[in-house]
Unconditional design. Structure first.
Length: 94
């Protein structure tokens, strides 16, 4: 993967928006392939304290939750969004 590919994705993503808006953009923008993106979120049940999920696995996303099958992940717990393993969005989660 080339660095300019990551920079190009960063320029397309409008990261000054809410998590659900960013995820919806990834899923619906024809310039982006949702299979290339993962979401990293705080997970108290994980030994590492965080988990990740592919954007393509997200069935639905609202302002408050990401829905993956029967699982509801609060959007407030999202720490990062990665493109092919490289961080393109990061925020502090307390």
């Amino acid at each position: 993967m080339k660095n300019n590919e990551v920079e190009h994705v960063k320029s397309i993503l409008k990261t000054n928006r809410t998590i659900d808006e960013i995820i919806k953009q990834i899923k619906w923008d024809p310039r982006l392939d949702e299979r290339d993106f993962t979401v990293v979120y705080v997970d108290a049940m994980s030994p590492e304290g965080e988990s990740e999920i592919r954007v393509s696995a997200i069935d639905k996303c609202s302002f408050k939750f990401m829905y993956v099958g029967d699982l509801m992940i609060p959007c407030r717990l999202v720490k990062e969004i990665r493109f092919k393993g490289k961080t393109v969005f990061r925020r502090k989660v307390s």
